[in-house]
Design a protein around this ligand. Sequence first.
Ligand code: NAD
Length: 337
Amino acid sequence: MKTILITGGAGFIGANFISYFLQNNTEYNLVNLDLLTYAGDLENLKEIENNPKYTFVQGDICDRNLIEGLFTKYQFHDVIHFAAESHVDNSISGPEAFIKTNVLGTFNLLDTARNLWMSAPNEYVANFKNSRFHHVSTDEVYGTLGETGLFEETTPYAPNSPYSASKAGSDMIVRSYFHTYGMNVVTTNCSNNYGPKQHNEKLIPTIIRKALAGEEIPIYGDGKNVRDWLYVIDHCKGIELAFKNGKAGETYNIGGRNERNNLYIVDKICDILNNKTPRKAGNYKDLISFVKDRPGHDKRYAIDATKIENELGWKADENFETGILKTVEWYLNKFKA
Ligand code: NAD
């Protein structure tokens, strides 16, 4: 049975991925390495913590000795790398952690995999070209779009925040390990995710949390920034497909063709809340408050997912309206518990 190293599996997407993947792929063991920063939460993994095919290790991807020890101990056949500092606002106030984890941490993982896998044949990797290193990345590396156009895999990188710059740097290192060493890498660049288990600091949980608490709901600038929203399980399905069937050295954009601006999102969530749990003091929309825009705030992101759709047969199952309903219901349970 092969063992996959999952990094950052106590975070939002990693935790959703581990639960989804374990349910649908019984032929793998998973080892989840996560530092448990403020963004990691083992509560996210409660439903699988006793699964015999799952192991948790607390540790830092920047710790080279630890990574080498884990490769030797668990004999990882593959890596799926989620761990990152992921919040753009934090990257503006404190960029250093982003460079360390996202750039140096990714390098540590890749370079350890190169050293150990390429010394094959050994017990656990018969041919290093069969061992996949899957790097999970973002569409923010492409910068911002005007009113029209879509990000394609060939769109030049133009990151605008320390977060996106650090992810762009990590993508380039991953790319170089294919071209230089022939490693079997694949990178997926996904649009904004939403769904259960996202950290409270992110837009959609913030809207729901503030609304339920009767507090002002902060919206940056004029609320017209557009993102291409994807339900997290659809992202997990895209990662699974690219991990298994993606071509070595390729990148795949993942996005649901669900462009929505922030005003639409807050309106939609307030409509659902007005319906499900009416507010005595009036409409939840009365709480919306416009705040000073984020510096360097990208105006619009939108993904062209044709490549992963055509080559790997991926398609989003949820549109924004079905996905947001499930999401609000999940947070209603969480915040009211
Ligand atoms: P998250 O912030 O919710 O989770 C990140 C996880 O990584 C946390 O559990 C944290 O403890 C862990 N971590 C951080 N630094 C670490 C370190 N040095 N060593 C080990 N673990 C560490 O992030 P997320 O939203 O789940 O994003 C996961 C990945 O997907 C990231 O690489 C991110 O760039 C990418 N991505 C996110 C989105 C999105 O909308 N959230 C979209 C596209 C791509």
